[in-house]
Write a protein that binds this ligand. Sequence first.
Ligand code: DCM
Length: 131
Amino acid sequence: MSDSVVVAGAVCDGGRLLAARRSAPPELAGRWELPGGKQEPGESGEQALVRELREELGVEAVPRERIPGEWPLKPGLVLRVWTVRLVSGVPSPLEDHDELRWLTPDETDTVDWLDQDRPAVAEAVRRLREA
Ligand code: DCM
């Protein structure tokens, strides 16, 4: 059986990256992540990401490029990440998060990212610096 997938977005706007602080479960609460969630049956990764960002942040967003690679979360579950452009709306922590922050490349180390998000965050920041 193939792995289940969690999709997440490196949402970039104005040269900054959006970081979201998890409010649950207790073992992850307070850690920061790229917002996203589980891909459901019948959805593409991109479709799942658009839905998750709408639900969690109240924004319309467009996936741009997949960041190469995938990162194991637990047996049978992997994380995939896309860079994302905002189309409309101002992100607010509607679901699963209690704080959002826009970070410049130099600020990305100021929050405690989930370990599994760090490689994708590093790549997103590398691209932000080049842009
Ligand atoms: N997750 C993660 N990194 C992200 C988004 C989610 O490691 N950027 C993990 C946390 C949960 C699982 O994926 O273990 C499902 O996420 P959620 O509870 O947000 O659906």
